[in-house]
Design a protein around this ligand. Structure first.
Ligand SMILES: Nc1ncnc2c1ncn2[C@@H]1O[C@H](COP(=O)(O)OP(=O)(O)OP(=O)(O)O)[C@@H](O)[C@H]1O
Ligand SMILES: O=C(O)C(=O)C[C@H](O)[C@H](O)CO
Length: 305
């Protein structure tokens, strides 16, 4: 087993608005985590982003962007006539909210071909996916993802999942609860965010979130909560790990970069508490930049500080 593969949607991102002038980049929760795993692992460690691309000029740029940053795309298909989704970031102070145009995005077809998906995940040390990955898909494709992930897990892959609840993606809250619970059932490491879990499952505290997720059989859980400490549940013990101070300008991708820092640390053999400390350091630096993707060298400096 070697390498990392994440499954999800790479969108066009509009960030850093200055009046009507925007900066265009590429982002999406699972891609953001992939970016930070790439930044924080050795160059000979294979990192893949598993998605579906369109065939328009922006999709071509996405593939080039990933390639230029040493992120491979496994067996991700190209869908003729399709194009990427877009989102724009609105800031209230440093707190982000998103406007999306993504209903017909190419990535919605990422699991249409179960064989290609299985090949993309084959032999990976770590597989990462999210509730956004599941939310954009048809019921049949959601099942294809769950099958592919659980088969890979049976072969020895470690599965990491963040529910990242985005209400607009779901037909209704009951479906979201059902699909996300199914995903937690095939997860080894859960990296949820408390406000998302509170919104969907009504958990009163981060400890309640951890208890519920442990009930799905997940043995390693980190519950993030903005500037509040993260709750780390591993090896039968529960520990609060405080965050790192930052001059935050845009919190987009905070949780995703935390996940990248956490996964890279665990891949390096560090224990969960040290992994959470490193993850906070990375996320605290990422919120000091506009958009989800901070420069890789800045993430690396924070990780090693
Ligand atoms: N203002 C901040 N200052 C320092 N660190 C922060 C700040 N906001 C977030 N973080 C860091 O990011 C982590 C995740 O934050 P949060 O729970 O807000 O993520 P999130 O809502 O999942 O983010 P996203 O979904 O945009 O990736 C925190 O555990 C912390 O390490
Ligand atoms: O909200 C989404 O679907 C995105 O993927 C956009 C952002 O990059 C992501 O939410 C940040 O976690």
């Amino acid at each position: 087993m070697s390498g990392f593969a994440a499954i999800g949607e790479c969108m066009i991102e509009l960030s850093g608005a200055n009046g009507d002038q925007w900066r265009m980049g590429f982002a999406g929760d699972t891609l953001n985590t992939t970016w930070y795993v790439r930044a924080l692992t050795d160059t000979d460690f294979a990192v893949d982003y598993v998605t579906a691309f369109g065939d328009d000029p922006f999709s071509v740029k996405q593939r080039r962007f990933l390639r230029d940053n040493a992120i491979n795309t496994a067996h991700s298909p190209t869908i003729v006539g399709a194009r990427p989704g877009i989102y724009a970031i609105t800031l209230t102070g440093s707190e982000r909210s998103f406007t999306y145009w993504r209903n017909d995005a190419a990535a919605r077809h990422l699991a249409d071909d179960p064989d290609a998906l299985a090949k993309s995940l084959d032999g990976r040390q770590v597989i990462y996916f999210s509730g956004i990955t599941m939310g954009i898909l048809s019921p049949k494709s959601r099942q294809n993802v769950l099958n592919a992930v659980s088969n890979a897990r049976r072969q020895g892959s470690l599965v990491v999942f963040d529910a990242n609840y985005r209400p607009r993606l779901w037909e209704n809250a009951d479906t979201a609860r059902q699909v996300l619970s199914n995903a937690f059932h095939v997860t080894d490491i859960a990296l949820p965010t408390f406000p998302d879990e509170n919104a969907l499952f009504g958990d009163a505290t981060p400890a309640d979130t951890a208890t519920r997720i442990a009930g799905y059989g997940v043995r390693e859980i980190v519950v993030k909560d903005g500037t509040e400490p993260a709750l780390v549940i591993a090896g039968g013990t529960t520990t609060e790990v405080p965050t790192v101070r930052a001059n935050a300008v845009d919190t987009t991708g905070a949780g995703d970069s935390f996940n990248g820092g956490y996964i890279a640390s665990r891949l390096a053999g560090l224990d969960p508490l040290v992994a959470a400390i490193n993850a906070h350091k990375v996320a605290a630096r990422v919120v000091e930049f506009h958009g989800a993707l901070a420069p890789m060298d800045e993430a690396k400096k924070a990780f090693n500080a």
